[in-house]
Design a protein around this ligand. Structure first.
Ligand code: NAD
Length: 445
């Protein structure tokens, strides 16, 4: 099939490259000329494991192209995936401007396209991968009706569940594909598109657009709620001297609960969870439904950073800290991504920099985005190895759980002048660290 991808960010580029690898002819469009120019040269504007190779291969065999022209995106394909951003206001309301703008311009173009209008078989099928509040598809259908195009253009919801850091695998081996559509042709095309990756499993669910829109918010909010739940339990664990690792295992052994997303730490971040939980809170309130669970999830998450930061301040009694130098490992919101949007690690390093003499940051993947974000913090410097971050430092903070930190040798950490580790991701073995004479502070243990 010919496929147009509108919005070539994380979601759009992964979707485009993966569909191209499934024998489709794909063109990715974006309004950002810099991004498109880079992609046309084969340069990927962000980091995602395996994506560069996949894009290069599909680009070389001409099944993946990049373009700036909105007009071309409407004529090139009958199947269009909308993957534009849906930014959020402070209240939690989503700005659907990019979605509305595209559908408006598509209708403007097609309502004057005589060939399209006169061809009884000509149709366009739009699938929205961007995260959109319930009712958005209904709203867009009103636009189609205004242009008298509702019998030729079909808009469906197809929420994206990929995780940055494992996006290609998530796309090619999904837990589920949700198609929220009302028209049989849109459902059949959706089934055809995903057949190559779903033929072995029965993991496609066809729903109404409204259910599909809610599934996305409910899924992300539920996972975020699990994280806030275990973070609250970790505070109880701290206060009575229990061990959150044992608690997590014990709770997670219950198959009704499962152990995933039950890791205590600095709280959730990234471009999805904070935005989606806030949006669900807003949507519930807008529908006059109390949003206590979403509100509590958000509050516990934002308090978690202060909770951990206070461990550092308490250790130093807030007096001596001004003369201290810290090593700081990790700034991305999670490992294997260069995304620092709503990263708890970034918030923590900013808080810490106001209190201490110097911070040496080591971040293996997101260093470019992180150093741009932190360029005005004069006491933060970037170093190229974990070792360089701890050399001449008094203490170490671990803020992102990169694999290379988990088994870092305790004897190397003894060079920290105060022999102190603040582990915001609970990745170090506490007993092992203490056996070296190091002081270890995790969360809930
Ligand atoms: P992004 O900011 O990385 O990319 C969005 C792109 O859309 C940008 O490159 C922007 O220039 C482009 N754009 C905006 N208006 C356009 C238009 N009219 N025509 C063409 N391009 C246009 O965003 P993202 O992280 O890929 O997220 C996209 C959507 O998917 C959001 O709604 C997000 O909530 C959702 N989502 C994101 C993830 C994720 O992990 N990043 C996962 C699931 C769902």
């Amino acid at each position: 099939m010919n496929i147009s991808i509108i919005g070539t960010g994380y979601v759009g580029l992964v979707t485009g490259a993966c569909f191209a690898s499934l024998s489709n002819s794909v063109t990715c469009f974006d309004i950002d000329p810099k991004k498109i120019r880079l992609l046309q040269k084969g340069i990927i504007p962000f980091y995602e494991p395996g994506l560069e190779n996949l894009v290069k291969t599909q680009k070389n065999n001409k099944s993946l192209k990049f373009s700036l022209s909105t007009k071309k995106s409407t004529s090139f394909a009958d199947v269009i995936f909308l993957c534009v951003g849906t930014p959020q206001s402070k209240s939690g309301n989503l700005d659907l401007k990019y979605i509305m703008d595209y559908v408006d311009s598509l209708c403007n173009i097609l309502s004057q396209d005589k060939l399209f209008l006169s061809n009884a078989k000509a149709r366009k099928f739009i699938y929205i991968k961007s995260t959109i509040p319930p009712g958005t598809i209904k709203l867009l259908v009103k636009t189609l009706k205004k242009f008298h195009l509702d019998s030729k253009i079909f808009i469906s919801s197809n929420p994206e569940f990929l995780k940055e850091g494992s996006a290609i695998q998530d796309f090619m081996k999904p837990d589920r594909v949700i198609i929220g559509a009302s028209h049989p042709m849109a459902i059949n095309i959706g089934k055809d598109l995903y057949r190559p990756i779903l033929w072995k499993s029965d993991r496609m669910l066809i729903t109404s657009p409204e259910s599909s829109e809610i599934i996305k918010y409910a899924s992300n909010s539920f996972l975020a709620m699990k994280i806030s739940f275990i973070n609250q339990i970790a505070r109880l664990s701290d206060s009575v001297g229990a061990d959150i690792h044992d608690i997590r295992k014990g709770v997670g052994m219950d198959e009704r609960i499962n152990p995933h997303f039950l890791f205590a730490g600095l709280g959730y971040g990234g471009s999805c969870f904070p935005k989606d939980v806030k949006a669900l809170e807003y949507i519930l309130k807008k529908n006059n439904i109390p949003a206590d669970l979403s509100s509590a999830t958000i509050k516990i998450n934002s308090d978690q950073l202060a909770y951990f930061f206070n461990k550092i301040l308490r250790f130093y009694q807030d007096k001596t800290i001004a003369n201290k130098e810290f090593g700081f490992w990790g700034l991305a919101f999670k490992p294997n991504t260069d995304d620092i949007r709503y990263s708890s690690a970034i918030s923590l390093v900013k808080l810490l920099s106001k209190k201490v003499k110097k911070i040496r940051d080591y971040e293996p993947i997101a260093y470019k985005n992180a150093s741009d974000e932190l360029k005005d913090f004069s006491n933060i410097i970037f170093v190229k190895t974990p070792e360089a971050a701890i050399t001449n430092s008094d203490s170490l903070v671990i803020a992102t759980e990169y694999a290379e930190f988990w088994n870092y040798p305790g004897e190397n950490l003894l060079q920290l002048r105060d022999k102190c580790i603040f582990d915001g991701r609970n990745i170090m073995d506490k007993e092992n660290m203490e056996s070296f004479g190091l002081k270890y502070f995790g969360i809930g243990r």
